[in-house]
Structure formats: structure tokens, C-alpha cells
Ligand binder design. Structure first.
Ligand code: AMP
Ligand code: GLY
Length: 424
């Protein structure tokens, strides 16, 4: 069995590592990958949106299954591209088609889906440049803070939460008229603000049956105490301690089941991962967003807790036979802490040598922005690597992640030392 993973982050390194544990010993390719994926897989120098190049690689290497890491190829229609080509249609792509990928690619599409299927979410309205005045009037009917979301993909930056009405009204104009986020803010979704604690739930589905994977909570801000700029993610914890069985049952009944049923009612055959961003308001779950892929860094804690062979799960997903596979999970807690380049998420340097990765024996090191330079692994991105460890609870697991990190160094290395600060 030959599997091609698309992506180059710690998420994809975790996927490649997990597949490399399979008793079937699959040959794993990663495009484009990083210095870490090269340890467990063959890297291919291809962009994740170079569909023609990917098709050539699939033919050349006889790839049997494609696992898509990030959202861009999905939103651009890689699944449809494979399905439409008779020489590729037999190769399952784990990732939804272009229509379903709008659940992540368009906030308005996602909100319409949620409302249509009666899934709990914040009340909203959507506006364009033609309806700017209505949008500004709508803001006056809401209480602060005001939540403004660019409809399209904006690299995680398209959501503004503002406490002042005038500021929100000018921001709406900047987004719609001045195209603050380019084409992504041609439509803006304005939402009721929900106050609570966030967590994420992950589902793998073959279009008919599904498995609910472990929950996780990520830490998005660069600074301790959840302050400063948003990042791709500074760390994650799984399971989420405050998501008890009663709450998880509500998530299943009110959110997971209606999501799967909703896709069927909308005639969407969804094959792949659904990442449901939730907020717990009081004791009740609400959907903040859908993503049509696994999270990063959530994958770095979710996959290590799955005991079932990932190859078996993915193949069954591609064949529509997921109901035949039992999902087994590790009851321990996993934590991951992301080490980033100094300055990230603003300007940062690349090319600094990383030392100590081989010294880490108590934890797993999943690489993100790294590149091999001769014998030396060097930094090559903002988020550089994630250190994942296990424990009987999140505090013990975190102590091991931090111990692992203390053995690694590179110039201007930074990581948050307060993960779990909000968990009591
Ligand atoms: P999104 O890209 O939709 O996940 O939004 C980014 C972040 O903004 C979320 O992770 C939340 O922290 C916050 N957020 C989004 N929508 C709301 C909302 N309706 N109420 C409160 N916070 C929100
Ligand atoms: N950690 C959030 C994301 O992957 O979008």
C-alpha cells in the first residue's frame, strides 16, 4: 500500500509517523513535507495545490490513497479533480469535495448549513458592499462585543472581535468596501458574541458511517494567558478535561448526528475529517466553525491517542466501509507544545540550526517549519516543531512535553509555558 500525504506541517509529520506504525508497513510519500517527514516517508517536492504534479506522482509511484492535510487543496477541488479523471478516480482522496469544503471556505455557507439543519450556533446575518448600510444598522441592534468574519479563507486572520460600535461599523466598511481581506471579505458575516470556553471535536466519515475521534483544545494566541496575536496554534491538549460524558453526549446528539445527517440531506457525500470548533456556553455546546480537515496542532495529540491502525481507518473510509472498523483510543492524556521562531507570528528568521531533537526520549517530536541542510536540521518556518507527550492527566503530560522541549534549542526559540492555565 502506498499513501501520499499532502502538507508540510507537524500535522502531516504526525500523520506520516502514525501511518509508519502500521503493521502493513505502507510506503509513505509526503508532498512537500519537511525534515521530520523525511525520517518516516519519502518527500516529494510538490506544492499541495499543484494538482497536475500530484496526479503525475500518483501515476509514477502507484499511489493507492491520498490523505489531504490542509484546506487549500480541498477548497480548490482536489477530490473533484481526482474523481473526474478516469486514470485517478480509483484512488481514494481522504478529504471532501469542493462543495463540502465550503463548510470551511465560506462562513456564510457554513452558517446556512448550521441553521438549515437546526444545529446550535450563534445568530448571524451576512452582508456585502451593496448592503453595507443594512450591516451597519444591524450592528446597532447587537450588544458588544461585535464579531465580524470575512466570508472566505483569510489565513486565520479574517475574524475581528471589537468592543466599540463605531469601530465595528468602520471595520465593516473596510472589509466590504476597501476589501481589507481581499476577495475573502466581499461578504462579511456578523455574529452574536458567545461567551464560553472553546474546544474541538473531530469526526472521520466515509459519507455514511462515522467515528468520533478524541476531543482537543488548542491555544491560539502567541502570549501567555491567551494574549497577543493569533497564531496557527501554540499547543494542544487531548482529551479536554471539562468535556465530561454528559457534555459529549450533547455534542453527539445536537451537533455530530445532525451534521452527518445534514450532509446526507444536502446530497453531499463527505469523505474525510470534519473538525468542529465548539464553544461551551454554560453546559451547552455551540458550533463556532467547521474545518474540513484535521487541526494543527490538534492532530499532534489526537492521532497519538488513537490505537487503531490509521491505515485501516483511512482505507475503510475510502472504501465506504468505516462501519467495519472499531475505533480504539488511549485513555491517557496527550499534550503538545509548539516551539516557534522568535518574532512569529510577525517577521522571524529562518535557517537557524536546531539541536537536541535526537536527545528527546520521553516524548515525540513532530516537525513543522524545518528543512534539512546537509547533516543539519534547520528552522524553516514560524512554527518549528511540536513536542507531544503522554500522562495520566494534562499536568503530567505537559511536564513531559516541557522536559522534551528543554532538550531542544535553536536561536530565538520561544514556546508558551502556561498551557492548561485555563483548565483549573
Ligand atoms: P473562527 O475563524 O470562526 O473560528 O473564529 C476565530 C475565533 O474567533 C474563534 O476561535 C473564537 O475564539 C472567536 N469567535 C468566533 N466566533 C465567535 C462568536 N460568535 N462568539 C465569540 N467568539 C467567537
Ligand atoms: N488549530 C486550529 C486549526 O488547525 O485550524
Amino acid at each position: 500500500m502506498k499513501v501520499l500525504i499532502l502538507g508540510s506541517g507537524a500535522r502531516e509529520h504526525t500523520m506520516a509517523w502514525k501511518l509508519s506504525q502500521s503493521p502493513e508497513n505502507p510506503h509513505i510519500y509526503v508532498a512537500p513535507g519537511n525534515a521530520g517527514t523525511a525520517d518516516v516517508a519519502t518527500n516529494l517536492p510538490l506544492s499541495v495545490t499543484d494538482f497536475t504534479g500530484i496526479a503525475q506522482a500518483v501515476h509514477q509511484f502507484g499511489i493507492d490513497l491520498v490523505l489531504v492535510g490542509p484546506e487549500d487543496p480541498l477548497v480548490q477541488g482536489i477530490s473533484d479533480f481526482f474523481a473526474a479523471d478516469p486514470t485517478l478516480a480509483h484512488v481514494p482522496v481522504i478529504g471532501p469535495n469542493k462543495t463540502a469544503a465550503q463548510l470551511e471556505g465560506s462562513k456564510q455557507y457554513a452558517k446556512e448549513f448550521l441553521i438549515r439543519h437546526g444545529i446550535p450556533t450563534a445568530a448571524y446575518a451576512a452582508f456585502t458592499a451593496d448592503t453595507l448600510a443594512e450591516g451597519q444598522a444591524f450592528l446597532t441592534t447587537l450588544k458588544a462585543p461585535y464579531v465580524l468574519k470575512a466570508d472566505g479563507l483569510a489565513a486565520g486572520k479574517g475574524v475581528l472581535i471589537l468592543s466599540d460600535l463605531q469601530e465595528a461599523q468602520s471595520a465593516l466598511a473596510e472589509m466590504l468596501v476597501d476589501q481589507k481581506f481581499g476577495a475573502a471579505s466581499q461578504t462579511v458575516v456578523i455574529e452574536e458574541f458567545l461567551s464560553g470556553i472553546e474546544l474541538s471535536c473531530f469526526v472521520l466519515t466515509d459519507g455514511t458511517s462515522y467515528k468520533v475521534l478524541p476531543t482537543a483544545k488548542d491555544y491560539k494566541r502567541i502570549g501567555e494567558g491567551d494574549t497577543g496575536l493569533n497564531t496557527g496554534g501554540m499547543g494542544a491538549i487531548s482529551p479536554v478535561p471539562f468535556a465530561d460524558q454528559e457534555f459529549l453526549d450533547k455534542v453527539h446528539e445536537r451537533i455530530v448526528v445532525p451534521t452527518i445527517e445534514g450532509l446526507k440531506k444536502d446530497n453531499i457525500t463527505y469523505v474525510g475529517f470534519i473538525f468542529i470548533g465548539l464553544i461551551k456556553v454554560g453546559d451547552d455546546p455551540f458550533v463556532i466553525e467547521y474545518n474540513v480537515r484535521m487541526g494543527d496542532p490538534e492532530t499532534e495529540v489526537v492521532l497519538p491517542r488513537i490505537k487503531t491502525d490509521l491505515l485501516t481507518l483511512l482505507r475503510a473510509t475510502g472504501q465506504g466501509k468505516l462501519h467495519e472498523v472499531a475505533l480504539e483510543t488511549d485513555t491517557r492524556t496527550a499534550t503538545t507544545v509548539m516551539a516557534v521562531a522568535g518574532g512569529y507570528p510577525e517577521a522571524y528568521e529562518k535557517g537557524h540550526p536546531i539541536s537536541g531533537i535526537d536527545q528527546v526520549k520521553n516524548a515525540l517530536v513532530f516537525q513543522a517549519g524545518t528543512a534539512q541542510n546537509g547533516d543539519q536540521v534547520c528552522t524553516n518556518g514560524g512554527r518549528v516543531l511540536a513536542v507531544t507527550a503522554f500522562g495520566t492527566d494534562y499536568k503530567q503530560a505537559l511536564a513531559q512535553s516541557y522536559l522534551g522541549l528543554s532538550q531542544i534549542s535553536f536561536q530565538d526559540m520561544y514556546y508558551r509555558k502556561d498551557l492548561g492555565f485555563d483548565l483549573g
